[in-house]
Design a binder for this molecule. Structure first.
Ligand code: ATP
Length: 446
């Protein structure tokens, strides 16, 4: 095997692999597809769950100062008036007079339409609200209008008082939430990078005013480290601070964690200091006292908020693209071939272990099934007894399965042991079946 310099995978390769192997499919494809909406297939759903679980473990289970929440998508319409979204969650929209294509004015480069090539054909920008509207109940009138949430954050703010009362938390503490959000993006694109329905992983971390900058810095470091700990190439990660004119209406200071996609640097997660903007707004609009009582100081005040807000879909795409590798290997017959390996961190790999009997055979099959039962109690597995063992290894490499377990005639006739084959080094070790689960755990969960 020769090591190749890390070559960037292009988006087309990832889109086609995603479809072929079952990571991501176009939504409603048999009807011609729905614009920029995607469905996660059997492997994609595992990857996405692993990303969310890793985030939850690191941000909720493994911290003393965090709790979870799962708020509803539909909320009282006043929430979006208070948060500023009803009025201000807009993008500037222009239309080409020649071909009617629509673009975000702030994403344009020059005055040429990228669809039809017409020059100077754009209309004046008009503001376009990105929130999806719908109606609550059977009557479609404005009094019943609600929105699909464009971020999960507001579900946390409106539950701040409930969580403080229920958990008796003292500052600083945070609330974490994972859930769907919807934005009627003018120009979605780049596969699952920008879509109209997506999932967010958001934290609102409440702190005493004056300590916000220090906590902001801690969260920047913690969140950047999370991506690195899950194997993302640090050279393709960076922190970027927003310019003052780029800051959202609620933000005192914002940094983005960006990943270098093939099309350039793109945001994976925004980490904003929202000061007391949201609680203050909700206090005003709801008429409820949302201040926090600081016992030590015998004072009521509105906490400041640090918000690390990431996207599940963007993170999953970045992990997939980052882990994609092509290597040249020499086969037993001396020929050179390309081995596609997705070098997922074991925590993220959709399938952790593949059970591969050497062949389909009356002797091997019962034993292999027995081994499979042992392993699948704990991990996502695949059982595969079709085609040659070499091909089956390649298939597992291509979906990023860290370990393959082969059951052969020696297993049955001699040693009751199996071979574990490592995805990255392709080395093999033999272990007794009695030690298999412990050995796999060491390799997968270290
Ligand atoms: P962008 O500038 O790319 O539109 P944003 O700054 O509006 O993103 P935020 O409001 O900070 O995004 O949302 C937090 C996170 O939610 C983003 O970092 C991203 O991971 C995810 N996200 C936002 N919009 C989308 C979308 N349309 N599709 C997929 N993920 C998204």
């Amino acid at each position: 095997m020769t090591d190749q310099p890390a070559k960037r995978v292009d988006l087309e390769t990832i889109v086609s692999l995603s479809k072929r192997r079952g990571f991501v499919f176009q939504s409603s494809e048999i009807y011609g597809g729905t614009g920029s909406v995607w469905d996660y297939g059997p492997l994609g759903v595992e990857l996405k769950r692993n990303v969310k679980d890793a985030w939850w473990r690191s941000n909720v289970w493994q911290r003393d100062d965090m709790v979870g929440l799962d708020a509803a998508i539909l909320m009282h319409p006043q929430v979006w008036v208070a948060s500023g979204h009803a009025e201000g969650f807009t993008d500037p929209l222009v239309e080409c007079r020649n071909c009617n294509s629509r673009f975000r004015a702030d994403h344009l480069e020059g005055d040429e339409c990228s669809t039809c090539g017409a020059k100077g054909s754009f209309t004046e920008p008009r503001t376009f609200n990105l929130m999806f509207k719908t109606f609550m109940g059977p009557v479609e009138e404005s009094a019943n209008q609600v929105w699909l949430r464009p971020e999960t954050a507001q579900g946390i703010f409106v539950n701040f008082e409930n969580v403080v009362t229920a958990t008796r938390r003292k500052l600083p503490f945070g609330i974490a939430q994972v859930g769907k959000a919807f934005r009627n993006e003018i120009t979605p694109g780049n596969f699952v990078f920008r879509t109209r329905e997506f999932e967010q992983m958001e934290i609102e971390y409440f702190v005493k005013p004056g300590t916000d900058e220090e906590h902001h810095e801690q969260w920047l470091n913690a969140r950047l480290q999370w991506y690195k700990d899950l194997g993302m190439n640090p050279d393709r990660l960076r922190l970027r601070r927003h310019d003052p004119d780029e800051l959202a209406h609620y933000a005192k200071d914002t940094w983005d964690i960006e990943y270098e996609f093939p099309w350039g640097w793109g945001e994976l997660e925004g980490i904003a200091n929202r000061a007391d903007f949201d609680l203050k707004q909700h206090q005003e609009h709801s008429g409820r006292d949302l201040t926090y009582y600081d016992q030590e100081e015998d004072k009521h005040y509105l906490p400041y908020v640090i918000e690390p807000s990431g996207g599940v879909d963007r993170a999953s795409l970045a992990f997939l693209m980052d882990a994609y590798t092509e290597e040249t290997v020499t086969t037993a017959s001396g020929a050179e071939e390309t081995r596609v390996v997705i070098k997922f961190h074991p925590t993220l790999a959709p399938i952790k272990v593949a059970i591969l009997p050497l062949s389909r055979n009356a002797k091997l099959t019962p034993k292999a099934k027995e081994v499979h039962e042992l392993v699948r109690r704990r991990w996502a597995t695949q059982y595969d007894d079709t085609q040659s063992i070499g091909r089956r290894y390649r298939r597992q490499d291509e979906i990023g399965t860290p370990l393959c377990v082969t059951v052969d005639f020696e297993t049955v006739e001699q040693d009751n042991a199996v071979t574990i084959r490592d995805r990255d080094s392709m080395t093999q070790v033999r272990v007794p079946i009695s030690e298999l689960v412990a050995t796999l755990a060491e390799r997968l969960e270290a």
